[in-house]
Design a protein around this ligand. Structure first.
Ligand SMILES: Nc1ncnc2c1ncn2[C@@H]1O[C@H](COP(=O)(O)OP(=O)(O)OP(=O)(O)O)[C@@H](O)[C@H]1O
Ligand SMILES: [Mg+2]
Length: 239
C-alpha cells in the first residue's frame, strides 16, 4: 500500500471539516474523492501534503508514519500537490515556476530532460517559458501547476479540482493526460473533483465524502451506476 489514512479528523477552530475518514491508495492506482462544496476534499489533500495538521488519525506513506512530518519532508519522499486554483507564482517566469517544483531535489535529477519532457506534454508552456506566470490564462496557469508538480517525478500526485475554470475541451485534455500519466508511467494519483463524471471515468476506485466522512466507496465504474451517486453527483449527464 502506498498511502493508508486512518481515522482522519481535521478541524478549523470549532468547525469539524473531516471526522473519521479512512482511505488507502495502492501503488499505481488512480483514486478519486468526490463530494459537494465544503465536503472536506481540499482539506484532506492538504492534510496528506502536511499543509494542514490532522487533529486525530494517522497517515502512513510507503510504510512510514508521516502524520507529524512537515510538508517539505513529505515532498522529499515523493508527494506533490497540484493545489486548487493552481497557485503559481505570478512574478516568476514559467521556467522559474517549474524550478520551484525542484526545490531541494535538484541534485538527483536531470533537469534539462525533465523540462523538455514537460514542454512536450504542455507545448503552451514551452512557447511562454520566459513570460511571468501572471500573464498566462487561467487554463495555462493550471497546466503550469500540473507541470510544476510533475517535474520532480513524484510517486504520489495529489490533484485538487484540476478542471476548475477550464473550458470543457481543455478539461477533457487534462483528464486524458492524467489518465495517460497513470497508465503509461504508473503514476499514483489522488484526485479531488466536483466534476464527478470526468473523475470517475478515469479512476480505478473512488470514495464519496459526505458530512466529513466516507459515505460510499468502491470501483469507480460501480459507483457510476449507484443510484445515490447518480442522483446526487452525476445528474442527468451520466444517465
Ligand atoms: N481556513 C478555513 N477556516 C475555516 N473553515 C474552513 C477553512 N477552510 C475550509 N473550511 C471549512 O471546512 C469545510 C471543508 O472545506 P474544504 O475546502 O476542504 O471543502 P471542499 O470539499 O474542498 O469544497 P470545494 O468543493 O468548495 O472546494 C468547509 O465547511 C469549509 O467552510
Ligand atoms: Mg476544495
Amino acid at each position: 500500500m502506498l498511502l493508508e489514512v486512518g481515522g482522519l479528523h481535521i478541524s478549523y477552530g470549532d468547525i469539524e471539516a473531516v471526522c473519521g475518514f479512512d482511505f488507502h491508495i495502492g501503488e499505481g492506482e488512480l483514486v478519486s474523492v468526490i463530494g459537494v462544496n465544503g465536503a472536506g476534499k481540499s482539506s484532506i489533500l492538504q492534510a496528506v501534503m502536511g499543509i494542514l495538521p490532522c487533529r486525530k488519525g494517522s497517515i502512513v506513506y510507503k510504510g512510514k508514519d508521516i502524520t507529524s512530518l512537515p510538508s517539505h519532508e513529505r515532498a522529499r519522499m515523493g508527494i506533490r500537490l497540484v493545489p486548487e486554483r493552481s497557485r503559481i507564482f505570478p512574478r516568476l517566469t514559467v521556467y522559474e515556476n517549474l524550478m520551484v517544483g525542484l526545490y531541494g531535489l535538484k541534485g538527483r535529477l536531470n533537469v534539462g530532460e525533465r523540462v523538455d519532457w514537460l514542454y512536450g506534454l504542455f507545448p503552451v508552456l514551452a512557447e511562454r517559458r520566459e513570460q511571468p506566470g501572471r500573464t498566462l490564462s487561467g487554463g495555462e496557469q493550471q497546466q503550469l501547476a500540473i507541470a510544476r508538480a510533475l517535474i520532480s517525478g513524484p510517486d504520489l500526485l495529489l490533484v485538487d479540482e484540476v478542471s476548475m475554470g477550464l473550458m470543457p475541451k481543455l478539461a477533457d485534455e487534462v483528464f486524458r493526460l492524467l489518465r495517460q500519466l497513470n497508465t503509461e508511467q504508473g503514476l499514483t494519483m489522488l484526485l479531488v473533483e466536483q466534476n464527478a463524471v470526468a473523475s470517475l471515468r478515469i479512476s480505478t476506485r473512488a470514495y464519496v465524502l459526505e458530512t466529513g466522512t466516507c459515505a460510499l466507496h468502491g470501483d469507480a465504474a460501480e459507483l457510476m451506476g449507484n443510484s445515490h451517486v447518480l442522483d446526487v453527483y452525476l445528474g442527468r449527464e451520466a444517465k
